[in-house]
Design a protein around this ligand. Structure first.
Ligand code: NAD
Length: 498
């Protein structure tokens, strides 16, 4: 029997609130007055209910954002002042860290140690982009354009794009909220955020803190709700930019919806990332790293290293090592400090993972991990490793989004590159090797937006993050993450007279 977590008074008082939509700086009910339930995936208990925003509410939120943007209250504020407010927001979020982290764990299920790590990343992203407001600027191109006959004063400007719709998934709610709002706000945009229906809570609290920090009314709006609200945002003619993180299938519908007014679109989508271990790797480091590449957050990570390729000479040892390691991972309620793997997000997700694992078994793949006794109070799933897989099986091709690894031996570099790149996705890839020449050659040929060598994963402020192929369009983080919320204008003035 696991210990039952008792929420602190700050967490309890937040859960007990009547959660509404944030539109134009005011907390309002959905126009339908509908609400939906928020469930703790570790015990299936009701945490609270939130307003279910629909098309009307999206319309109101977009209008509020449009008005705020056009008023210039934020978009034309001195850059240094925007920086100050964003820093204050980061400070307030940090001051409320314990409450936000507990809400994150209750809402999403992730282990509290992981929630702390993601939280630190997220706050770092606010400060990184807060510092960028007065560092991204246009160029003076007068000399390039002018001649002795005709002189120009010519320059480019970087302008905020306007109203940005930010649609989020559930697998890292704090971080995903901040990875989009921080650059969008720093660039001077007004935003409408649609958090995932499974995990709406921390977005509401962080938006409240943004108001307290001094973000003007209407600049940050939050509409909690389902896919219908996301669809309304993607279709809305007054939205200039859509930044979507979620599944590849919904990402494709976003592109169609956005085409009506040619919204700018950034997509961060699914993955089936390869993790490659060569026989010269330091296995004491590679084995736990490859295990956590897939098992972190119970495999509910877009860049999870879900396909393992190991050079034949060390294959048995590595696969057995990862299987042994996985048995040491405590699966349970994320609130328990020893928990290493929390539950999956929902009944539906548990069902999907079970179905895919069954399909692997039926198709002849072999499970190497021992059965674990898991509580059925929550949506728990044990770490699972498959061997004897072939490249056409669903478990090898499809994103499972659960703690399920498929392992394949290889002989040569050419062979493993062909296997690793044989996917519709291209988000992440890992290489473990001590041969620097091999590392460079393989990193060069991998079709993935992010390659990690002798470590796996991570989303650092300064490193652009995003996918090749059907893992997405565009990049988040780094300067690219900021520029994604801007337009460039070229101005040339022909000079006359003496
Ligand atoms: P999802 O696509 O089902 O939902 C994502 C969001 O889109 C939710 O807020 C949902 O309400 C909304 N939505 C649903 N239908 C919509 C529609 N027709 N129009 C507009 N919005 C709609 O994804 P999910 O299950 O919440 O998240 C898991 C997926 O997210 C995985 O595929 C994972 O790989 C991906 N992901 C990618 C990254 C990345 O950076 N590449 C990061 C995290 C998660």
């Amino acid at each position: 029997m696991t210990e039952v977590y008792q929420p602190t008074p700050e967490v309890r008082s937040f859960l007990d609130r009547q959660h509404r939509l944030l539109i134009g700086g005011k907390w309002v009910e959905a126009s339908s007055e509908k609400r939906f339930e928020v469930i703790n995936p570790a015990n299936k208990q009701l945490l609270t209910t939130v307003a279910e925003g629909g098309r009307d509410d999206v319309n109101r939120a977009v209008q509020a954002a449009r008005q705020a943007f056009d008023s210039g209250s934020w978009s034309e504020m001195a850059a240094a002042q925007r920086t100050k407010i964003l820093w204050r927001w980061a400070d307030l979020i940090e001051q409320n860290a314990e409450q936000l982290i507990a809400l994150e764990v209750l809402d999403n299920g992730m282990p509290i140690t992981l929630a702390r790590g993601f939280f630190d990343y997220g706050v770092g992203w606010i400060r990184y982009y807060a510092g960028m407001t007065d560092k991204i600027m246009g160029k003076n191109l007068s000399d390039a354009l002018s001649s002795s006959d005709t002189q120009y004063h010519a320059y480019t400007q970087i302008k905020p794009i306007g109203v940005a719709a930010l649609i989020l998934p559930w697998n890292g709610p704090i971080g995903l909220f901040l990875i989009k709002t921080s650059p969008a706000l720093a660039a001077g945009c007004a935003c409408v955020v649609k958090p995932a229906e499974n995990t709406p809570l921390t977005a509401l609290r962080m938006a409240e803190l943004a108001l307290e920090a001094g973000v003007p009314e209407g600049v940050l709006n939050v509409v909690t709700g389902f896919g219908e609200a996301g669809e309304a945002l993607a279709q809305h003619p007054a939205v200039d930019k859509i930044s979507f993180t979620g599944s590849t299938s919904v990402g494709k519908t976003i592109i169609c919806a956005a085409s009506a007014n040619l919204k700018r679109v950034t997509l961060e989508l699914g993955g089936k990332s390869p993790c490659i271990i060569f026989d010269d790797a330091n296995l004491d480091e590679a084995i736990p790293a490859a295990a956590m590449a897939i098992f972190l957050n119970s495999g509910q990570v877009c860049f999870a290293g879900s396909r393992l390729y190991v050079q034949r000479k060390i294959y048995d040892r590595v696969v057995a090592g990862i299987a042994d390691f996985s048995q040491t991972l405590k699966v349970g309620d994320g609130m328990h400090p020893d928990t290493m793997l929390g539950p999956l997000i929902s009944e539906q997700q548990l069902h999907r993972v079970n179905q895919l694992v069954d399909s692997g078994r039926r198709q002849g793949a072999q499970i190497l991990t021992a059965k674990m006794a898991l509580s059925n109070e929550g949506f728990f799933f044990a770490p699972t490793i498959f061997a004897n897989v072939d490249a056409n099986m669903s478990i090898v091709k499809e994103e499972i989004f659960g703690p399920v690894l498929v392992a394949t031996p290889f002989d040569t570099t050419e062979e493993v590159l062909a296997l690793a790149n044989d996917t519709q996705y291209g988000l992440g890839a890992g290489i473990f090797s001590n041969n620097i020449n091999r590392v460079h050659r393989v990193a060069e040929k991998l079709q993935a937006g992010n390659v990690w060598v002798n470590h796996y994963g991570g989303m650092q402020s300064c490193m652009p993050f995003g996918g090749f192929k059907q893992s997405g369009w565009g990049r988040e983080l780094g300067e690219d993450g900021f520029l994604a919320f801007t337009e460039q204008k070229s101005v040339s003035i022909q000079l006359r007279g003496n």
